[in-house]
Design a protein around this ligand. Sequence first.
Ligand SMILES: [Zn+2]
Ligand SMILES: [Zn+2]
Length: 390
Amino acid sequence: MNKDWLDKDFYAVLGVGKDAKADEIKKKYRSLARELHPDKNPGDAKAEERFKAVSEAYDVLSDEAKRKEYDEARTLFASGGFGPRGGGSGPGNFNVNLEDLFGGGEAGGFGEFLGGIFNRGRGGRAQPPRRGQDLESDLTISFEDTMDGVTVPLRLSSEAACGSCHGTGAKAGTVPRICPTCSGSGQTARNAGGFAFAEACTDCRGRGMIVDDPCTACRGSGRGISTRTVQARIPAGVKDGARIRLAGKGGPGERGGPNGDLFVQVRVTDHPVFGRKGDHVTVNVPVTFVEAALGADIGVPTPRGQVTVKIPAGTANGRTFRVRGKGARRKDGTNSDVLATVEVAVPQSLSADAREALKAYGEATTDHDPRRDLRTMAGSGARATAAQEA
Ligand SMILES: [Zn+2]
Ligand SMILES: [Zn+2]
């Protein structure tokens, strides 16, 4: 599996439909290969590029197993999902993305084979530095962690050379031997349509080497998993669903290339009391009718401890009070606010004394009709009717 597969439409490259039969693919490839072959187009960089692309497409689509894998990878990627995502359970939970799983694969393969064709005669050019892979990880943090930000150790796995055989695929104490069919070049000549061109050696599958005694740890693939831990700094104020880029925390660069980036998909667990509105923290604060009517000093919880808020006499249900500087840390070093909304709580049961007191209150306020405006605005259509709960 090659990570480049996801960026490439091999069907479009060959100009065939997604459901093209093997025969059609072969025919199309042959005519394109003839037209674009480097021997026919000396010095034509564009034709060379196209020929490489066509050859690569054919390499995949002509192999039933590879084609299936390619189709599946493309479908998977197009649908946006991959792997056991979500369901995070605290710091350290991680998933590794496609790049991570499909990348690497340094040993052998089609790229090497093509490199063989096109670099022939150009001398042993040193391989250029390569940027490390971008990695992706999931992380679940608590609401409290978002107030000041948090540093979380993230375990990252990525593909690496097998530790037992150092990537050769051969069992400890043995070494791979040079493929006798292709003499180690990884390619054989094939005569097609009147001219010969190189194709990947089928005996060594283009690797140029044959492993007689496969490494037991990696079953001869030469590939393993390396795990490392990075300290990921999650900034304050991060919101649920945010995707954070941590520059240089991805896969290590090769041959002096820069490191890749780490992308962290952040989930923030819901808090039982606090919510978010933009930058600010919200909280609902129950008050009694008496407190709302007479005014009171009420205790309001904030992420930075409880504060006392003076609510004035005649505070309406649903009124919001701003507590400055007790919310999440902002980039400029200040804190956002807490927006406290009062909710008048109606008692569900009353003592006899309280009932008497409320009755007395009712009698003292018979001149206050809270629904007068409502009736006026609703017009003359209003008629007395039995109370009905909605
Ligand atoms: Zn191994
Ligand atoms: Zn071979």
